[in-house]
Design a binder for this molecule. Sequence first.
Ligand code: PLP
Length: 383
Amino acid sequence: MKQKVGMPDEEESAHIRVPFNDLATQWREIKEDVLPSILDVFERGTFSHGPEVEAFEEALARYLDAPEVVAVNSGTSALHLAFVVAGIGPGDEVIVPAHTFIATVWGLLYAGAQPVFCDVDGATGTIDVAHADMLVSARTKAIVPVHLFGQPAAMDMVIDFAARHNLTLIEDAAQAIGARWSGRCVGAIAPLGCLSFYPGKNLGAAGEGGAVIVQDAAVAARLRSLRSHGQRERYVHSELGFNYRMDGLQGLVLREKLRHLDQWSARRRELAGRYLRTLADLPLDLPAVVNHDHVWHLFVVRTPHRDRLHQYLAGHYIETGLHYPVPLHKQPCFAHLEFAARHFPRAERWASEGLSLPLFYGMTDAQLDHVAAAVHGFFRPST
Ligand SMILES: *Cc1c(COP(=O)(O)O)cnc(C)c1O
């Protein structure tokens, strides 16, 4: 029995193809409403920033119940500007999880600061504050919890940790728009939070986009200046600025999609629940939901047989993903840091054992059941 694990099962490979993601269902739901307005943008020529982006900022601030939202051209830019306005720069250290998408750390590096990698929780993959406690130095200025895969980080512990060490708290909510922690939307808990609207994110643009969520109006005004060449007044540049404006077309598409987001997240929860039920009896670590809420950006299972399961599912026309196969401390671009030689056992286990199963708005129950049956077929070959 054990030896047959991972053998292809020909009878079972019905010709259902399951892509990892498919954005077409979202498009079909907004198309009628958004197409005429897209033509208006071309007529008006409001391509860069403009009224569509401002309307989206207002709608998003209302959705998040946050005082201010500053739209930018990517989640990476949002994080960069958050570090700039937090006054974090050369000589400063920022504690970040070792298991996240690389963009969590680009922004602090652009600002001139150094990342200090921290291990993650074994059950959720979010930052492990007990480990962070051992990493604090006189140079530590900030900590970045990542609401990984759509689940809030353990914010009670993170908030307490930041307060004890007098650190700036910047939330990376790129994967978790709409997830709530203690009744509040993630990203709107700390003084600064960042979102990404990369097309594959739960709220995805028709291109790139991002936003900084801000509690303080003066900080929001500075962010608006920084994203547009450091100018508050046209052609007067009060500080080093950036061209991080959002496209008008993205503002339009995102505002339309935002109206559907809760319904789309509800379907993601339904699909995740179905996976949790259908995969429950397999020798597989299923995602743990412990921090209040989850919007299921990714559904990541873990098994020491990850690579073989990945191939087996590909052989059954099922696309899966690796998020992320190389933890940050092992990335070639950080080979010069002393962290490269250290061990972060739980981050390393997520990297080597995690496999993301397809889960997207528009996925049918039949597609999900097909994936679940194939996973069963891998662990329990019928012959
Ligand atoms: C997607 C993502 C980002 C960056 O967003 P971009 O819009 O792609 O620049 C940052 N952090 C995390 C955790 C992400 O998943």
